[in-house]
Design a protein around this ligand. Structure first.
Ligand SMILES: [Zn+2]
Length: 469
């Protein structure tokens, strides 16, 4: 492997003057364990190597001329993109003390759920960054508690392309709008392409993201190739077993991998995909989760193991699902899905149906969570934003599942959890759109907060592959 990586560089720099010297310098740096560095001067076509060697006339034009030519070629649309990047960079600065997140921007909802969801999709369409067949979005990424930065949407369900794609896919399913369908499939193709590249790099594929999204996109758009792209990335490469994930939770850990594999198994059943789910479940058994909530807490891990037990029956999965629920800390006053009452309630509803013998303790924690949720629809205890993760959309989804008591959606402009541009699902605009779809057509749009697999339908699951003659 160590030889194969640098050997791939031999194909680089085709047709460039001094390519042998450039490739040799790259390889030498990589063998030293360093990133290759090449230096150019604004007005010159030369390239300097790290040891000072000057290679004459490598560049077709001096960098300054190229930059000037690119600036001269920018049009109004490019200008809007550049201004958007500057705005986003300013929005990513640390918030002032006491500032509220998600200052609403954009039009106020009309109250017509599907029309408002289409309006959100049009905003996403306008904000997309395109190049040929490729598509992406800029968003703001949380690096740590104090740092945020402008970054392209990645491959996670939380803020990345899979979450945006999931919203667009179900929007197209529910509205039948051809443009929404084209946009949704374009995002799915982009995710499939990026997934193929990322799966070659260990740790680059988020456990809950591209596989989950592509399973749903394959089901809705009738595209077996999308499910196969997800399968190819999910199945472990030959060799030693892959190392476990650092956490057990749904958003970033083994429980997310279990739910992804189960979603894919629903459209493309097979022993190998079930094996990936089972192996992730085995590793999940070793994680201790006691924090509350679905995204990061014990609730999500319990649901993942309970569902896995149905596909791959094993008393250890059921027993751990029940003990995770029993050992989960109460959510306090947090009504959110990620670490609070909405997540606890959604998990309890599912677990109580699966484990009637635990009805009493599950019912007690459900009642506690329900009272936190009911408080959260009061004006003075309302969540700080409208996100699916820990905002009003999470609270409404849980109340709707609990007893149908979700209040009407807000009529003010959406407050995202992250500053705009926030195109993503759990903290951004796609989540506001997804919540509208769930409200409008709960039977046709799966609950992403209890990450449901695609529903069986005509033509699903895809029939087993015909073996080649
Ligand atoms: Zn959250």
């Amino acid at each position: 492997m160590r030889e194969r990586g640098p050997a791939r560089l031999d194909a680089g720099w085709p047709g460039v003057p001094h390519r042998d010297a450039l490739v040799a310098a790259e390889k030498a740096a990589l063998w030293r364990g360093e990133v290759p560095v090449f230096e150019v001067r604004p007005g010159h076509r030369d390239v300097r190597l790290e040891d000072g060697t000057r290679l004459a006339d490598v560049l077709p034009v001096p960098p300054l001329e190229e930059t000037a030519a690119r600036l001269a070629a920018l049009d109004e649309d490019d200008l809007a993109v550049q201004i958007g990047i500057i705005d986003a960079s300013l929005a990513a600065l640390p918030p002032a003390a006491g500032a509220r997140p998600g200052t609403p921007r954009g039009p106020r909802p009309s109250g017509d759920l599907l029309r408002d969801a289409l309006g959100i999709a049009r905003r996403l369409d306008a904000a997309a960054v395109r190049s040929g067949d490729r598509i992406g979005w800029l968003g703001i990424e949380v690096v740590d508690a104090r740092t945020r930065r402008v970054a392209p949407a990645g491959l996670d369900l939380y803020g990345g392309l899979p979450g945006i794609g999931l919203f667009l896919t179900y929007l197209s399913a529910v509205t039948g709008e051809p443009w929404a369908g084209r946009l949704a499939e374009r995002v799915a193709d982009e995710v499939a392409a990026r997934l193929a590249a990322a799966s070659a790099v260990r740790g680059a594929v988020p456990p809950l993201g591209p596989v989950y999204h592509l399973a749903h996109a394959a089901a809705v758009h009738g595209r077996r190739d999308l499910a196969e792209a997800a399968r190819d990335a999910l199945l472990p490469p030959p060799g030693p077993p892959r190392p476990g994930l650092p956490s057990g939770d749904v958003l970033e850990g083994e429980a997310g991998l279990v739910l992804s594999a189960l979603a894919l198994h629903a459209v493309l059943p097979g022993e190998q995909i079930a094996g990936v789910a089972r192996a992730a479940g085995e590793r999940l058994l070793a994680h201790d989760l006691t924090g509350p909530g679905f995204g990061y807490g014990a609730s999500g891990a319990a649901v993942a193991l309970a569902r896995l037990d149905e596909l791959c029956p094993d008393p250890r999965f059921a027993s751990r699902a029940r003990s995770l629920a029993a050992g989960e800390r109460a959510p306090g006053r947090d009504p959110g899905w990620c670490q609070g009452a909405a997540g606890v309630a959604l998990a309890r509803l599912e677990l109580a149906a699966r484990y009637p013998e635990d009805a009493a303790p599950l019912g007690r924690s459900l009642a506690t969570a329900a009272s936190v949720l009911r408080d959260a629809v009061r004006r003075d205890a309302a969540p700080p934003d409208d996100s699916l993760c820990h905002g009003t959309a999470a609270v409404h989804e849980a109340l709707a599942a609990l007893d149908g008591s979700a209040p009407a959606p807000r009529r003010d402009a959406w407050r995202t959890a992250l500053p705009e541009p926030a195109p993503g699902l759990l903290a951004g605009l796609s989540g506001a759109g997804y919540a509208l779809l769930r409200r409008a057509r709960p039977a046709e749009v799966p609950p992403v907060l209890a990450p449901a697999p695609p529903a069986p339908s005509a033509g699903l699951p895809f029939p087993p592959e015909e073996t080649a003659p």
